[in-house]
Design a protein around this ligand. Structure first.
Ligand SMILES: Cc1ncc(COP(=O)(O)O)c(C=O)c1O
Length: 395
């Protein structure tokens, strides 16, 4: 007996499945965790490492040009100008650059959701010694839905905040915040808006500049399908002067590579935040991954992933699971979380892993996060295996 939704369709996927070696072995449904690297990105890393092994410094000019190309394509993904992008080590570093780069006065308020990922919360809590007050927005209901009204309540609960911070998509259950609406609210009260976009960028179309976001950041290792430790930070051009560059270095100044010119004149783009040598190999791989996203088109990836998430919700519900995620049109994302009776969820996730199905246990649920190369068979394999592992005899 099969617990799936009818016959398996042999559908096409917007991202070429053959680019993903992991898909040969896994039903890999954990892009909210760490993505598997596509082969073109592995090849880009290998190429860059080989070139440096042969020619060292003399590869630099070509690689600088590649960095600028990747800057532009990352900017296009975010919907922002490329001059507003700095490469950073990861999402946490980007958040820290905002937290520690802004000038704070005692009593300044930061509004941030409760149930955030630690890195999205800690940088503001760590400002307590400067008198910064952190006000947490409570998600609504047991599913943890976060509405813009809930932000407005918190924003209006005191003097206008200096900064509103939120994940675009929450890491555990995948609620998505309406950044365009929140951006309008922030503009009205004169607050800056910082969005941690790592759980949405690459799978959901983004227009961060148009939405009024001032700061945003994402590492490569989730939905961007890139390597770890290779991320991008967006700082709206008009906000650059608000940020103190925390690590000024040769790469921060307008006249970089004039080694005898020691005038501290910051570059007028976000590159001033980079300081020293970027992770060129990581950026080359990130660039190859972003190329795949652009080739497929993020809108096409998003509608495919959305369909897979619907299929997973329907299939898992049909075998007794409860969907914990907000699946409303405006709240949905590439992450779904479900609860199902049977083995404790962390054990169930490990049992699925042993069966070749990559998912994770987060926020009390089994978290499923497919990407644009996953197909219906991956989802049906998940549903069938969960059904097998949660049958009464197995509890
Ligand atoms: C919402 C969110 N922010 C930040 C991070 C951590 O990102 P990084 O390791 O790039 O700092 C994660 C990782 O799971 C996350 O889900």
């Amino acid at each position: 007996m099969t617990a799936t939704l009818g016959a398996v369709e042999v559908g096409t996927t917007p991202l070429v499945r053959e680019h993903f070696p992991a898909a040969r072995r896994w039903a890999y449904l954990n892009h909210a965790g760490i993505c598997p690297l596509p082969q073109p990105s592995v090849d880009a890393m290998h190429r860059r490492a080989t070139e440096v092994s042969l020619d060292g410094e003399f590869t630099y000019a070509a690689h600088s040009a590649e960095i600028e190309r990747v800057r532009s394509s990352a900017a296009r993904l975010m919907g922002v100008p490329s001059t507003d992008i700095a490469f950073v080590k990861n999402t946490t570093t980007g958040l820290g650059m905002i937290a520690n780069g802004l000038a704070w006065s005692p009593g300044d308020r930061v509004v941030v959701p409760d149930l955030e990922f630690p890195s999205t919360l800690y940088p503001w809590l760590a400002l307590a010694d400067r008198g910064v007050v952190v006000d947490r927005v409570q998600p609504e209901g047991p599913g943890g839905k976060l509405t813009v009204e809930a932000f407005i309540d918190r924003i209006q609960a005191g003097p206008p905040p200096k900064l509103v911070v939120t994940s675009w998509v929450q890491f555990g259950r995948g609620w998505r915040v309406g950044l365009a609406e929140l951006g309008r609210v922030c503009q009205e009260v004169g607050a800056l808006l910082c969005a941690d976009v790592i759980q949405g960028l690459g799978v959901i179309p983004a227009e961060l500049a148009g939405w009024g976001v001032d700061f945003a950041m994402a590492d490569g290792h989730k939905w961007l399908l890139g390597p770890e430790g290779s991320g991008a930070l967006y700082v709206r051009g008009s906000r650059l002067e608000l940020l103190r560059p925390l690590e000024p270095g040769w790469n921060s100044v307008a006249h970089r590579e004039e080694w005898d010119n020691l005038a501290l004149v910051f570059d007028d783009t976000a590159r001033r935040l980079e300081g020293g040598m970027p992770n060129v190999t990581g950026i080359a791989a990130l660039g190859a991954s972003i190329d795949l996203l652009h080739e497929a088109g993020v809108p096409a990836i998003w509608s495919h992933v959305d369909r897979l998430c619907d299929r997973a919700c329907a299939g898992l519900t049909s075998i007794g699971a409860t969907v914990l995620s907000d699946r409303s049109p405006e709240g949905r994302s590439g992450i779904i979380a479900v609860h199902i009776d049977g083995p404790p969820i962390p054990l169930l996730a490990r049992q699925l892993q042993a069966e070749g199905i990559a998912v994770s246990a987060r926020a009390g649920g089994l978290r499923v996060s497919p990407h644009g190369y996953n197909n219906e068979q991956d989802i049906d394999r998940l549903v069938d295996t969960v059904a097998m592992l949660t049958r009464t005899g197995n509890r």
